[in-house]
Design a protein around this ligand. Sequence first.
Ligand code: ASP
Length: 306
Amino acid sequence: MRARRSLIDLDDLSANELTYMLSRAAEFEEDDPGHLLAGVGTVNLFFEQSTRTFTSFNLAQLRLGAHVVNLAPGDLSLATKGETIEDTALTLAAMGVGVLVVRHPEAGFTQRVARAFDGHVINAGDGAHAHPTQALLDLRTLRDEFGSLQGRTVVFVGDIVHSRVAHSTINGLRRLGANVVLVGPESFLPESYAQMGVSIERDFDAILPQADAVILLRIQRERFSSMPITDAQYVAEYQLNAARLQRIGPGAIVMHPGPYNRGMELDDTVLEFAGWRYAQQVRNGVFVRMAVLDFLVNGPAVALGA
Ligand code: ASP
């Protein structure tokens, strides 16, 4: 196994590595690459619920021929017997586990695992911090649609501050030259976000006609104690619905990392909209995760410049 690299956020990838990963995912979609991870031990440690990320990591590992063990938090000695996560990491490495995929409600937790684990760690979401493989699948989906993202306008709507998806995907979009516009109430979108080189808008209706893509976000109720505005107010100002779909430009698409909440950030008409790309995002999740696993364990298949 090569130098043990981990993927905690997109900043762990150089510009060339980022674009390589997106092309590699497209290659894997075209042609099944076979068992590039034959016999590699992978363990999925999910301390938070997950449907899409968990299943697609499993499928990606199985398609690449890896050995897969899924550990639920309740199964771990960590839970009740006083073991630390560092001890768990050491134990799994001693068994020959090569890759840990970790999701946890605390920001920084996967970084902590990566420091202790003699192998590769992939962040499958840590609190409100980062979700790099979701960012890669979002970028892959946007590339499927538009090719280059240079100069394209991507609008995120909703609970930006608590969204690890927004944090990682904004980073990737900026690096690929897209214009990023954030829309939401002050409590979910502080003015300080403007320092990230993005535009801040409070009026969803006004910005809609300019969007090439709209990324809706779920309100992350598990990450705060009381909802800062009423649900009704949120729906009135930020829900994508039939009336707002009328304002969207031709060729624009709508995305959502899932799980989506009907009646909150979207209504049922969005699910029928021709530009709704949720299924494509989920599908890309498998190929992107195959690409990440292959890259970390085997390195790039072609020489990448600095
Ligand atoms: N599935 C995404 C995440 O894990 C988005 C969400 O839960 O709203 O962050």
